[in-house]
Design a protein around this ligand. Structure first.
Ligand SMILES: NC(=O)c1ccc[n+]([C@@H]2O[C@H](COP(=O)([O-])OP(=O)(O)OC[C@H]3O[C@@H](n4cnc5c(N)ncnc54)[C@H](OP(=O)(O)O)[C@@H]3O)[C@@H](O)[C@H]2O)c1
Length: 288
């Protein structure tokens, strides 16, 4: 436990992959950075690499889909000082996991993280959930479904009828629902976080080059992904550094009017999906 004079503001990064680390590197200077991985060994390795780059960092094992693990991360963070920033950047993609695991980690886990960190976030603090452009491809849901995703108590979320494996059908659809849920959950939780004087938002990246995107580009939907890159307005994948810069702005002093919202940062891919050269993907959404 740090003494009062040793206390620092703390940044929690749950899911220290490509995007998460890039964000942390932009917002954790001078703070204590807690990084997580599913194994303690990997979390320690990532923390040690960051220490060599001048950050103060420690590692904790955390399965995002497990409330006890999230509470343990919070307890670890609080040894060092008040938690001022939270980055939820853990998740599994449609090519990496079955439906149930995508819903458990990306949908339920992110919702629990928002709930639990929302109880302890420091005044003036902020949090971000890394959602995805994929959530923007799900057609509009009914008001009732929106409400259910935003407001259902976390322990009841996975019991919603429209989230059953039969209703969802494919891993891609599971991912889209999870990412739509992230955005709605952030909107609802902004009202809770505000009670502590804190802000929360999500970002919805397009294709960003990380191991997760690499798996998608080389997985069963790889050919479709490569065609998408050719036809979208930016004509390229994004970089993790661009995501870091965006969240540094959102967490910084110039963005204090921003909370409860999602920033789509996808090189125009969603625009082309609904209204431009990528409209063909709508006809066969389960393969896109
Ligand atoms: N890259 C893209 O094109 C893209 C686009 C849109 C959205 N996203 C979203 O961005 C987020 C980060 O992905 P990335 O692109 O940075 O990929 P990445 O480098 O492969 O990182 C994925 C991260 O998720 C963590 N993770 C996986 N399962 C977990 C679990 N059960 N509990 C806790 N953490 C878990 C991994 O931790 P371990 O160390 O344990 O493996 C890793 O840190 C994901 O939510 C993804 O859906 C990515």
């Amino acid at each position: 436990m740090a003494t009062n004079s040793q206390q620092k503001n703390v940044v929690a990064l749950v899911g220290a992959g490509g995007i998460g680390i890039a964000i942390a590197r932009r917002v954790a200077q001078g703070k204590h950075l807690v990084v997580t991985s599913r194994t303690q060994e990997k979390a320690d390795r990532i923390a040690n690499d960051l220490v060599k780059d001048g950050f103060e960092a420690t590692g904790v094992a955390c399965d995002l889909g497990n409330r006890e693990d999230i509470l343990a991360v919070i307890e670890h963070c609080q040894q060092y000082g008040p938690i001022t920033n939270v980055i939820c950047a853990g998740g599994v993609s449609p090519s990496q996991a079955p439906i149930a695991e995508i819903l458990r980690v990306d949908l339920y886990g992110s919702s629990v993280l928002l709930e639990e960190f929302g109880k302890v976030i420091a005044p003036g603090g902020s949090g971000v959930v890394v959602s995805s452009q994929s959530g923007h491809r799900l057609p509009a849901l009914s008001l009732e479904e929106n409400w259910a995703l935003a407001m259902t108590p976390t322990e009841e979320l996975l019991g919603l009828d429209f989230l059953s494996e039969e209703a969802i059908g494919t891993t891609l659809r599971a991912y889209q629902y999870a990412k739509r849920c992230n955005v709605l959950r952030v909107q609802a939780q902004a009202c809770e976080w505000d009670k502590r004087g804190a802000r929360v938002f999500s970002i919805s990246p397009g294709i960003i080059m990380t191991p997760l995107a690499f798996d998608e580009l080389n997985g069963p939907r790889g050919e479709g992904y490569r065609k998408m890159l050719d036809l979208m307005p930016a004509k390229r994948a994004g970089t993790v550094d661009e995501m870091g810069a965006l969240v540094a702005f959102l967490m910084g002093p110039e963005a204090t009017f921003i909370t409860g919202t999602d920033i789509l940062c996808d090189g125009g891919c969603t625009a082309a999906y609904w209204y431009g050269d990528l409209q063909y993907l709508q006809e066969n959404w389960s393969k896109s």
